[in-house]
Write a protein that binds this ligand. Structure first.
Ligand SMILES: *Cc1c(COP(=O)(O)O)cnc(C)c1O
Length: 372
């Protein structure tokens, strides 16, 4: 049996005709940049994420960079964030001219630990940038409290968490800005690059709209320097076809996560395989289903699964404080033990709405044969 890490072809087959019609409408209009579908998608996504304003842009990475720029975070400033995330989170801080300051994660959720955030704050710290990793929100109650005590802005990297909730708070609608990615493999995926920033503040939304178009409020009159990160109409049209399905896809992902966890328990494998922890009061949307295994067994398990047709991946093998490009920040191995341990012990298993019960049983059986 083959169980790829992700299989987007099945989703596409179900939507093929609708997508084709939507794409044809854009071609007929010949409005390829910020066309009618972009405005409509922004309104639909503002409603979906329960933010007041939503501004489309070129990618999730750009969303982070635009959000930091719109909040005036730049040279001389520091932003506290997690070292256990996709590169773009800290890359955006550096591109904005600010300094990433890392704080360790909660080993159960893999998300930024609010207690560690406060320890990392200095007089230069302007913001905290939590990531809702794998589709589960960071502890936003704790982070909001820490931010309030230290007078910090909160910017959410919600690239993996569209539709996730923490104690009824919607991912991306809690902080001063929320950043989303529609990279094709995300839960809501475009047919190319696309992203979005949400905010509850009107002037910030206006500024985001300017910054994504070279800082011009009106064409050829530039109030400040921005860059080009407009959203393609084709991408918006594709996303509008998919958005109505997102809740049922998230439900299907959660059901599959529960099935995996039950199967690992029934097979008596939880001595070796720690299933994901779901925080009480969380709506986890399972962008990834990531298990922990003993560090010495992780890479051999990955190879075993690969040999038996099961796709897996490590998100992420090198914590950001140990990346070559951040050597000048002066961190060393041992600075963030939980992030380093997570990088050695975690493995993502296939999860998507179309994953079948037979495939899941096969994945767990194959893991069982490795440890058995
Ligand atoms: C995907 C992702 C991004 C970047 O989004 P792109 O659309 O690929 O630029 C940023 N942060 C996290 C946590 C992501 O998973």
């Amino acid at each position: 049996m083959q169980v790829p890490l992700l299989d987007l072809k099945r989703q596409h087959a179900a939507l093929r005709e609708e997508l084709r019609a939507a794409v044809e409408r854009v071609f007929d209009s010949q409005q390829f940049i910020l066309g009618e579908d972009v405005g409509k998608l922004e309104a639909e996504l503002a409603r979906y994420t329960r933010a007041k304003f939503a501004v489309g842009c070129g990618s999730g990475s750009d969303a982070l960079r635009l959000a930091l720029m719109a909040l005036d975070i730049g040279p001389g400033d520091e932003v506290v964030t997690t070292p256990f995330t996709f590169f773009a989170t800290a890359g955006a801080v550096a591109l904005a001219g600010a300094r990433p300051r890392f704080a360790d994660i909660d080993p159960r959720t893999f998300n930024l630990d609010p207690d560690r955030v406060e320890e990392a704050v200095t007089p230069r710290t302007r913001a905290v940038l939590p990531v809702h990793l794998y589709g589960q929100c960071a502890d936003m109650g704790g982070i909001l409290k820490a931010a309030a005590r230290r007078n910090l802005l909160v910017v959410e990297d919600a690239a993996q968490a569209i539709g996730a909730e923490d104690q009824g708070r919607s991912a991306g609608a809690v902080g001063a800005a929320g950043c989303f990615s529609f990279y094709p493999t995300k839960n809501l995926g475009a047919a190319g690059e696309a992203g979005l920033v949400t905010t509850g503040d009107g002037p910030t939304a206006e500024r985001l709209r300017r910054l994504r178009a070279h800082g011009g409020a009106t064409e050829y009159y530039h109030r400040e320097v921005g860059f080009n990160s407009r959203l393609d109409t084709l991408q918006a049209a594709v996303l509008r076809v998919k958005l109505p399905h997102l809740d049922s896809w998230s439900e299907a992902r959660r059901a599959r996560a529960e099935t995996y966890t039950r199967l690992f328990e029934e097979a008596g494998l939880t001595e070796f395989v720690t299933p994901p922890f779901v925080s009480p009061g969380a709506r986890h949307i399972f962008h990834q289903y990531v298990v922990r295994v003993p560090a010495a067994r992780r890479d051999p398990l990955m190879a075993h699964l690969g040999e038996h047709g099961v796709g897996t991946k490590i998100y992420y093998p090198v914590p950001l404080h140990l990346q070559e490009c951040f050597a000048h920040l002066g961190y060393k191995e041992g600075d963030f033990p939980e992030a380093e341990r997570a990088a050695r012990e975690t493995l993502a298993l296939p999860i998507y709405p179309e994953l079948t019960a037979e495939q899941q049983a096969y994945v767990v059986e194959t893991v069982g044969r490795f440890f058995g």
